[in-house]
Design a protein around this ligand. Structure first.
Ligand code: C2E
Ligand code: CA
Ligand code: CA
Length: 451
């Protein structure tokens, strides 16, 4: 939701500065009313028992324009903008302002907001040819249809601001109607953000590390595990990592949480080596962690504290596209390699990872994503491709882990390809530490005791 690139590239308008001569012009036009009127008029629709269209049109990047141009130019720009709307739609809407750069509109439910916006844009474009151009800007707009008897002004205003935010995020000088589903998702994300902050600050409450077995391609014996983060929200229950990890990344909380996972998983690895001497732990690292924290320092400290050799740790790099481009991240990776920590490229075969990354980042393993593996079972071409990828990887001493093997049939099909490691529900779902021990390691206890 954060990316807004390209917003000002389309729908460029212009405005001349002829009005500058009337320097003392003020904005108190009869047609432009203030916040109090806006609220009063909003509630007047209750008596009329009618729905209303609540709309806002704004000049994009108004603050930037103010930085660049003299106050009078901006003032005139805004005047012209409001006058245009008033001139075109005075019979259909009422206009209100709370601050420069934007205007609120109230209209009846039959108002065609999209048409209105298109006409206003056209009107501005026309002026570009009439007078000498000075100031360039584009417009955005949001609107929402409100059943006033069920809605307060404050909540309607929040919805409208959200529609405008969406217009801004969607780019291209958009007009966007309020979308309830998108708003719900946004509110859920906001609430999740607050809960995550709270849980991190309260000793990582609600967080847990689950473990999924990784087995040897030959023997199918458990060689290690991948540590997978889980979060149980007090409000929403178990939330998928696909949903909460991006929030952790956006807020930077992935740094403390990632540190916590690193420590927890390293201690767990040491503990499980009592059952499997060579037990290894795979830990996911976000590019944000690599960029914003000293992963190698944390790792040295944790390994020392847990008395574990670095060779038993495999760090899985996600979103390697960004890993590749960022020099600070590359520097950190080089440092980790010097420490003899093994690296894996995760989700190989999806949009994020491909062979380009392998030439610079000296990794040990590629983990081929489940979608790729599943496709190769359905199509002969994909199967051949998978075989060649594995052969190519082996040719340059890279090991391969196939992810997402769910059935015996799948296992039968991929086994001739000789992957070094296999991971998937067939060998075990991610489970908590106690369940992992019971399912995967207790059977080795006798071996350990005999030795
Ligand atoms: P990933 O690293 O690719 O992890 C493998 C995902 O595939 C896990 O999803 C796992 O439960 C799922 N999986 C394993 N075997 C199978 C199978 O046979 N079939 C299917 N359909 N799925 C299978 P999960 O646990 O939901 O994690 C999703 C992603 O969240 C992970 O993908 C990883 O990118 C991220 N993640 C999880 N824990 C961490 C963490 O501690 N730090 C960071 N940075 N990212 C994490
Ligand atoms: Ca992974
Ligand atoms: Ca993966």
């Amino acid at each position: 939701m954060e990316d807004s690139s390209g917003f000002l590239t389309t729908n460029i308008k212009s405005l001349d500065t002829v009005f500058l001569e009337n320097r003392n012009d003020r904005m108190d036009y009869m047609f432009l009313r203030g916040e109090t009127n806006l609220q009063e008029d909003f509630y007047s629709y209750r008596d009329r028992k009618e729905n209303l269209i609540f709309m806002k049109i704004g000049i994009a990047d108004w603050n930037e324009l103010q930085e660049q141009y003299a106050g009078e130019i901006c003032e005139k720009t805004y005047q012209r903008f409001c006058e245009n709307i008033n001139m075109l739609y005075q019979n259909q809407v009422r206009l209100y302002t709370t601050q420069r750069g934007e205007v609120f509109l109230l209209g009846d439910s039959n108002l065609d907001a999209k048409m209105l916006f298109t006409r206003i844009e056209k009107e501005d474009t026309k002026q570009q040819y009439l007078e000498e151009t000075m100031l360039y800007y584009s417009l955005y707009a949001g609107y929402v249809e409100i059943a006033v008897e069920r809605e307060t002004y404050q909540s309607a205003r929040k919805k409208l601001e959200f529609a405008c935010k969406c217009a801004w995020l969607d780019g291209n000088g958009q007009i966007t109607v309020f979308q309830e589903e998108r708003y719900e998702k946004y509110l859920r994300k906001l609430s999740m953000k607050e809960q995550l902050k709270y849980d991190v600050a309260h000793d990582f409450q609600g967080f847990e590390v689950y473990y999924q077995p990784i087995v040897s391609g030959d023997t199918k014996e458990v060689s290690g595990a991948e540590a997978l983060l889980r979060w149980k929200s007090q409000k929403y229950g178990m939330v998928s990592p696909a949903e909460f990890i991006p929030v952790l990344e956006q807020t930077g909380l992935i740094v403390p949480v990632g540190k916590w996972v690193l420590y927890t998983a390293i201690c767990q690895c040491k503990e499980w080596q009592r059952y499997r001497k060579e037990f290894r732990m795979n830990i996911n690292l976000s590019h944000i962690q690599l960029k914003q924290s000293d992963v190698s320092r944390d790792l040295i400290k944790d390994l020392k504290e847990c008395k574990l050799d670095s060779k038993y740790i495999m760090l899985e790099l996600t979103e390697s596209g960004r890993v590749e481009k960022d020099s600070a991240v590359r520097h950190m990776i080089k440092h980790l390699q010097k420490m003899k920590v093994k690296l894996a490229i995760d989700d190989f075969g999806t949009g994020y990872s491909n062979f380009c990354y392998l030439k610079d980042l000296k990794v040990h393993i590629i983990k081929i994503d489940r979608t790729f593996v599943a496709n190769s079972l359905a199509s002969e071409y994909q199967y051949k491709l998978l075989r060649h990828i594995i052969e190519m990887a082996h040719g340059v001493q890279l090991q391969v882990c196939l992810e997402g093997i769910e059935s015996e049939k799948e296992l039968e099909k991929v086994s001739p390809l000789k992957p070094d490691y296999i991971q998937g529900y067939l060998f075990g779902h991610p489970v908590d530490a106690a369940a992992f021990l019971e399912k995967n390691l207790l059977r080795y206890i006798e071996e350990v005791e005999v030795k």
